[in-house]
Write a protein that binds this ligand. Structure first.
Ligand SMILES: [Zn+2]
Ligand SMILES: [Zn+2]
Length: 390
């Protein structure tokens, strides 16, 4: 690959994604296209192989933050900017001997296509990359999942069974890619090594065997379930433990429950984003539990002891001091969310003076008498004056 390739090729177009697509979108687009055009699923189809190379090359660049930035810069500034030491003007990653130097199969990052499958071990590598460089132990892919729990589960903590789907060896063929009852046989072109050597400029380049795409084995009749790719979906159940007091939006890491590692590498992790449903009465502010409590005007004006619910079951009595304005928040210590250190947040009770919709009879008489008795108190006395100040 040359800088010219960078200028001429539109990797975003190749993957069918927008220029500002995020990593996840790019990965998904690549996986979909890579499967569709996979040489093993399109035996002898040169156009598919070409397309597969194209999307692999595009993904190789766009999935790597540094390469993508250089690619974007180069396309923005043009070749002059690139060779002239402008932004992105260091040729390092693209020179000979780079991962792009020889056959593009070498740079195909199959971990993203078969990341969770452990297929590297099963198949001996699908392409030359593995055959040429040897298999390295690789950590499995991290997986993302989301769960929604009730408010009370978030308060107390809970254990949730979570169904997780990952790529794994096809169940029908056991990952060999061969139709059940048949088995792959050793590639006669490369005698099973998966690679051939190409001479160029006095150097020998190892590249993927074209007959077997570097697998070292050839499948005569592809497995109908996986179309010869050897990959299928596997679903398993992971028990996810949510700690007491887990917050809405929290991201819980479940170590080792992601995709399987390759060639003896450790498995990836599962990251679970937690959504907490709203409670009809309680709310949350940090470690504090919030609650709005309606009180009558006499309770607020004269003071009262009112009973309010808590999350623990037993209501608590809150003392409303005489002269409490509507909207004031009172604190009940230690009745909020549990913290990691076994201490607890508080219950924040906000007083809301309730005004009756209808009032008549003796209550109306009393209220009119109250109005007359307080006629010389005007709560808006400063309002007009203060409004005129600015
Ligand atoms: Zn299969
Ligand atoms: Zn071969």
């Amino acid at each position: 690959m040359s800088t010219r390739d960078y200028l001429e090729k539109n990797y975003y177009e190749a993957l069918g994604v927008a220029k500002d697509a995020d990593a996840d979108t790019i990965k998904k687009a690549y996986r979909k296209l890579a499967r569709k055009h996979h040489p093993d699923a399109n035996a002898g189809d040169a156009a598919a192989e070409e397309k597969f190379k194209e999307v692999s090359e595009a993904y190789d660049v766009l999935s790597d933050e540094d390469k993508r930035r250089e690619y974007d810069e180069m396309r923005a500034y043009g070749a002059a900017g690139f060779s002239g030491g402008g932004p992105g003007g260091h040729a390092g990653p693209f020179g000979a001997g780079s991962p792009f130097g020889a056959g593009s199969y070498q740079s195909v990052n199959l971990d993203d296509l078969f990341g969770d499958s452990g297929l590297g071990a099963t198949l001996g590598g699908l392409f030359g990359g593995r055959g040429a460089t040897g298999r390295r132990a690789r950590k499995g892919a991290d997986l993302d999942a989301e769960v929604t729990v009730g408010f009370r589960d978030a308060v107390d903590g809970t254990v949730l069974p979570l169904r997780v789907s990952t790529d794994g060896p096809c169940q029908t063929c056991g990952g060999t890619g061969a139709k059940p009852g048949t088995s792959p046989h050793t590639c006669s072109s490369c005698n099973g090594s998966g690679q051939s050597v190409r001479e160029q400029g006095g150097f020998g380049f190892a590249e993927a065997c074209r007959a077997c795409h570097g697998r070292g084995v050839v499948v005569d009749e592809p497995c109908p379930a996986c179309r010869g790719i050897g990959v299928g979906q596997q679903t398993r159940t992971v028990q996810v433990r949510l700690p007491a007091g887990v917050k809405d939006g929290a991201r819980i890491r479940v170590k080792g429950k992601g995709g399987g590692g390759q060639a003896g590498g450790p498995p990836g992790d599962l990251f679970v984003t937690v959504h907490v449903r709203r409670h009809p009465v309680f709310g949350r502010k940090g470690d504090n539990l919030t609650l709005t409590v309606p009180v009558t005007f006499p309770e607020a004006a004269l003071g009262a002891n009112v009973s309010v619910p808590t999350l623990d079951g037993d209501p608590v009595t809150v003392k409303i001091p005489a002269g409490t304005p509507s909207g004031r928040t009172l604190r009940v210590r230690g009745r909020g969310f549990r913290r990691g250190d076994a201490s607890r947040g508080d219950l924040l009770v906000t007083v809301d003076v309730a005004v009756p919709q209808r009032i008549d009879g003796g209550a109306k008489d009393a209220l009119q008498a109250y109005r007359d008795a307080t006629a010389d108190h005007d709560p808006r006395i400063d309002l007009i004056a203060n409004a005129a100040k600015e």
